[in-house]
Design a binder for this molecule. Structure first.
Ligand code: NAD
Length: 486
């Protein structure tokens, strides 16, 4: 693996428009949240740059959409292979700009890469159908076509995977894209864009605009009639406003928004497995995942034992810079995230929750917060309603199945739920009763490129990954022809 400076210097710092890296009049700082140091400056794109990127995607669309699926698939496969070759460097880059421990960044390279492989495979399987109409007077032909130029907005918490989860199905379907990464973590997307050029991707198929003016740049792109689809991953608040903007052009939209995942432990659960699952569901990505378990809803008869065991495990976690050996808890993304985690913990404690461990900021440079466990958390506490997005594990007890379901469903979100039970019928009831897009039944991490990822209620619209994922980038066209025997 190259050293940090060499890796950072190799990342392009311009806007990728029409296959060329362009400079911008202004630049902005990218910082390492574990030190607060500025690690690089990148181009600060304007609304005009956004429109130039959209024009490039629009111009590249006719040729790319007619490129044989096998060729599109092979380009995605080459990008997958190159990503494996550069895995160590990209993982380190992600840790430097986002803070997660290196082992987790490597896992994200694996996960993010799988979307390139999966959708490369899916590209060749875009199918339609042909058949007689029921009256026998004609033939119905159903074909599928790429929707057109797409605008993809990604968050900072999974800088690689959230980009590949959108770019890969779009390209597989024959769409061209403009990508706008989060301004907190633009470097991974820039490095990945260069990787795609190195893999042979034609000019204009993928364009990247980094900017600190997300609102104005997005408004310009979304308001332009050349755009046909918006795919967003981020907070529900921003998603709602983008949906309103997309309404004017009646754009196709995919929305992967916030979560408030319940983690339900029944009295018959395998407690060892539940504790393992809890650690993964809560502390992966330092708690900054839309799929992070937010509310641990644990049967009263095992709640104390569960709290004791998770506290023991949490006390063994090691806080530090993600590049250091053995670190399991990196920094939060910024000061605001630390302040919010602390506020939510104070609020719960003030309302009567028991603080088992943690509960403080960490006295070192960077934006760190201790891994924290709270038990007997009153239901009206803010952290039962709001997305914590930090390493805070909050336990609330319940007494019967109906109550567990009511608590689990008592939120406007519905992204993912986790349930631990050894009772098969109960597990099946949970599949039917929980209002959720995804369910981890005796597992703490559900994400997989081959699975349809997404939420219900205010957690979003559409699915990414799986056989469903490519459909988000395809239009269905129906053609009727006369009965050829008439
Ligand atoms: P965010 O909504 O603040 O930002 C997401 C993206 O939108 C960033 O690129 C940001 O620059 C951009 N953005 C911000 N304001 C904008 C505006 N007015 N117009 C256009 N773009 C704008 O979210 P975040 O803090 O980056 O990410 C955390 C959130 O993302 C959490 O709520 C988390 O649950 C959610 N998330 C969801 C999923 C999912 O798949 N459902 C995955 C990861 C993260």
């Amino acid at each position: 693996m190259a050293d940090e400076r060499t890796i950072l210097d190799a990342v392009p710092d311009g806007l990728l428009i029409g296959g060329a890296w362009r400079t911008a009049a202004r630049r902005f700082d990218v910082t390492d949240p574990s030190t607060g140091d500025v690690i690089k400056q990148v181009a600060d794109g304007t609304p005009d740059d956004g429109l130039a990127a959209l024009a490039a995607a629009h111009d590249a669309f006719p040729a790319w959409s007619r490129t044989p699926a096998r060729e599109r698939a092979e380009l995605l496969r080459r990008a997958f292979d190159l990503l494996q070759e550069r895995a160590d460097d990209i993982a380190l880059l992600m840790t430097l700009e986002m803070g997660k421990p290196l082992a987790e960044s490597r896992a994200e390279v694996t996960y993010g890469g799988e979307f390139l492989r999966w959708f490369g495979e899916e590209a060749a399987r875009i199918q339609g159908r042909y058949g007689a109409n029921p009256e026998g007077t004609g033939r119905m032909i159903v074909t599928r076509h790429p929707v057109g130029p797409c605008y993809l907005i990604t968050p900072w918490n999974f800088p690689l995977a959230m980009a590949t989860r959108k770019i890969a199905p779009a390209l597989a379907a024959g769409c061209t894209v403009v990508v706008k990464p989060a301004s907190l973590t633009p470097l991974t997307t820039l490095a990945f864009a260069q990787l795609q050029l190195d893999a042979g991707l034609p000019a204009g198929v993928v364009n990247v605009v980094t900017t600190t003016s997300s609102g104005p740049v997005s408004e310009a792109i979304i308001g332009d009639p050349r755009l046909r689809k918006l795919s967003f991953t981020g907070s529900t608040e921003v998603g709602r406003s983008l949906l309103a903007q997309a309404a004017d052009g009646v754009l196709r939209t995919s929305m992967e928004l916030g979560g408030n995942a319940p983690f339900v432990v029944f009295e018959d659960a395998d407690l060892d497995a539940a504790v393992d699952g809890a650690m993964a569901a809560k502390f992966r990505n330092i708690g900054q995942a839309c799929t992070a378990a937010n509310r641990f809803v644990v049967h009263r008869s095992v709640a104390d034992e569960f709290a004791r065991r998770v506290t023991e495990r949490v006390d063994a976690l090691r806080v530090g810079r993600g590049t250091e050996d053995g670190v399991t808890i990196g920094p939060l993304i910024d000061d605001r995230a630390v302040a919010k985690a602390d506020e939510l913990v104070r609020d719960a404690v003030d309302r009567g929750a028991t603080l088992r461990t943690g509960g403080s900021t960490v006295d070192r440079p960077g934006t760190f917060y201790e891994a924290t466990v709270l038990s007997d958390v009153p239901r009206e506490s803010r952290l039962m309603r709001e997305e914590i997005f930090g390493p805070v594990l909050a336990i609330t007890p319940f007494d019967d199945e109906d109550e567990a379901v009511a608590v689990a469903n008592g939120t406007e979100y519905g992204l993912v739920s986790y349930v631990y039970t050894r009772d098969l019928a109960r597990g099946q009831r949970m599949i039917e009763r929980l209002e959720t897009g995804m369910l981890g039944l005796n597992v703490g991490v559900v994400s997989n490129a081959a699975a349809p990822f997404g939420g219900v209620k205010q957690s979003g619209l559409g699915r990414e990954g799986g056989a469903e994922g490519i459909g988000e980038y395809l239009e269905t066209r129906y053609t009727l022809t006369p009965d050829p025997f008439a």
